[in-house]
Design a protein around this ligand. Sequence first.
Ligand SMILES: NC(=O)c1ccc[n+]([C@@H]2O[C@H](COP(=O)([O-])OP(=O)(O)OC[C@H]3O[C@@H](n4cnc5c(N)ncnc54)[C@H](OP(=O)(O)O)[C@@H]3O)[C@@H](O)[C@H]2O)c1
Length: 333
Amino acid sequence: MKKSDLSQPSRRGRLATAVAMAMAGLQGHTNPTISKAGRLPMSLKRAPREALAMAMRGDSPGDEEGAKRRDFSKGRWSLEGKTALVTGGTRGIGRAVVEELASLGAMAYTCSRNAGELTASLEEWAEKGLRVSGSVCDISSYEQRVELMERATSALGGKLDILVNNAGTNVRKATTDFTPDDVSLVMATNFEAPFHLSQLAHPHLSTSPGGTIVFVSSVAGLVALCSGSLASASKAALNQLTRNLACEWAPHGVRVNAVAPWYTRTSLVEKVLEDAVFTKLIVDRIPLHRIAEPADVAAVVAFLCLPAAAYITGQVVAIDGGMTVNGFYPRSD
Ligand SMILES: NC(=O)c1ccc[n+]([C@@H]2O[C@H](COP(=O)([O-])OP(=O)(O)OC[C@H]3O[C@@H](n4cnc5c(N)ncnc54)[C@H](OP(=O)(O)O)[C@@H]3O)[C@@H](O)[C@H]2O)c1
C-alpha cells in the first residue's frame, strides 16, 4: 500500500465513520463509540439527512472533494439563477410546468389570452413565494409574439435560458370537415407560434450558458389517434423541428427536446374524459392504466431543462404510461 493511501482512511472506513457520525448527529467530531471495524452501535438511531446523504456518497464531513461533489450535484438538479418563458401557463400542463420550474429556483414568465385568469394565477404564485410574472398574449398572432418576447426578456432581466413552447389547441373533426380557418388556427397556434418563438428566443438562448427549448408535442404526432389529423400533423411537425433545431443549434450551445403526452387531465380534454366509456377505452390501452396528471408531464419538462440533462438533445419523450409501446397487451382491470 502506498504511503499516501495510509494517510487517508479507506473509502469503506470513511463510509462507516460518516454513517456513524450521521446517525449520532456528531458532524465534524470523532465519535468514540465507533469500533475500529467501523461497526455502529445499535443505540444510534437518528441521522441528520445531509450527513446521511454524505455517508451514502462516501464523503466525510471535512472532505474537500466531497464538498465539491455536493456543490456540483446541487447545481445539476437546480434551476437557481435561470430564467424561463412558458407559454400558456394559466391552466393544465403549462401551469404545472411554471410551478415546477419556479419551485426548482427559476424565475418564470408566462402568458395566456384571458387577463382575469392570468392575474389570478400570478397572485396565487406570489402568495406561494414563486417568482412568476406574465402578460396577456395570443400566441397565434405574429405581432403579439414579438411583443411577448420583448416583455418576457425585459421582465427576466434581459436574459432567457429556457423556452417551453406549451400552449396549443385542437379542433376535433373528420378530415373532410376541416375549414381553411380551422387549418389556420391550429397551425398558427401549434406550429407557427413555437417555430417563431424559438427564432425570437435564439439570440438569448445562444448566449445563455445552458440555453434550452422544450416543445410540448403529443403522442398524436407519433402514432395515429382518433383525435384529429390536423393537430396530429402540427405535432408531428414539432417533433421534426425538435430534431432539426437540436442539430442546427447544438454548435450554439442550445439543447432542444420535446415531450409527447397522451391524455392528460386538463381543460383541453375534460369534455372527452366526461365520456366514461371512451375514457375506459383509453385507460385500457395504457400499461400504467391511468390518465396522466399535468404534474407527470411537468416533471419531465423540468428534467429536460436541468443541467442534469446536459447531454440530451433532439429527443421526443413520450409521457404516455407506455401507450405507444403497447402492441397488444389489453388491460381491463
Ligand atoms: N391535455 C392533453 O391530453 C394533451 C395531450 C397531448 C398534448 N397536449 C398538449 O399540451 C399543451 C397544453 O395543453 P393543456 O392540455 O394543458 O391545455 P389547456 O388546459 O387548454 O391549457 C392551455 C393553456 O394555454 C393557453 N393558451 C391556449 N391557446 C393560447 C393562445 N393562442 N395564446 C396564448 N395562450 C394560449 C390557455 O390559456 P387561454 O385559453 O386563456 O389563452 C391555457 O393557459 C398543448 O400544446 C396540447 O396540445 C395536451
